[in-house]
Design a protein around this ligand. Sequence first.
Ligand code: G3H
Ligand code: ZN
Length: 279
Amino acid sequence: TLVPTADLVAAARAAGTGVLAFNVITIEYAQAISAAAEIAGRPAILQISQNAARYHSGLSAIAAATAEVAWRSSATLSLHLDHVDDISLLEQAPDSGFSSVMVDASALAYAANVATTRKATEWAHDRQLWVEAELGYVGGKPDAPASAHTAGVRTDPSEAARYVAETGVDALAVAVGSSHAMADRTASLDLDLVAAIREAVPVPLVLHGSSGVPLEQIRAAVGHGMVKINVGTALNVAFTDAVRAALPESRDPRRYLGAGRDAVTRAVERLLTLLPATP
Ligand code: G3H
Ligand code: ZN
């Protein structure tokens, strides 16, 4: 079933655990995440990024398909709009089944990030959307915008506290050593920084680029206060490897896309059982 992202994050935080958020690129991903959540008996966040919406020439079709998969699932799922810097896309979120959005102004300098994020957050809150934003710069995204920051600029705890107060966001994505689009788990998180930011800010923290983070460090980061754990690339690696292996056998897309979907299900299932369950 489809529930608000705010509920999943609040429940995980109250239980001292985390909730996994997985990027959906095609309907096969939504089906795989739903199936894995059903098997594992865990909730999950389905997130569609601005880049994925662009791939589909708009948000509505992929959002409708993903929301329908979630409604029909026996797992508890929510729908999140990820990495939005295009306000016209943000404006489509309430009518497309989303209960939450990430407003991504992280490429901007501090004052511009605050101004952009505060305005978008006020608009989103008027429409009951839960808002995540980023301070510091995780970086590593393909087609990343020209930025006031170098990729990997870490989040400063006291600046983070000010940022949350000034913008009114519901969750904060932080730069603590992860980077987007890593195909190997070779990142190294600064867990002391995670703990210091958690002490300083009143809202739940979000880890981006989790595909590059060793599994035991993800678990440790949750122990230090990280709540929403975003995974994209690891699913793409599983999907593409399985498609590649199945391709020589078949010309029927259902064979190789199905193999990709099964591989994503297995990858998601493993990740979902990594963290302590929400009671
Ligand atoms: O917002 C999405 C995540 O940060 C995914 O990052 O593709 O590196 O796992 P990743
Ligand atoms: Zn991200």
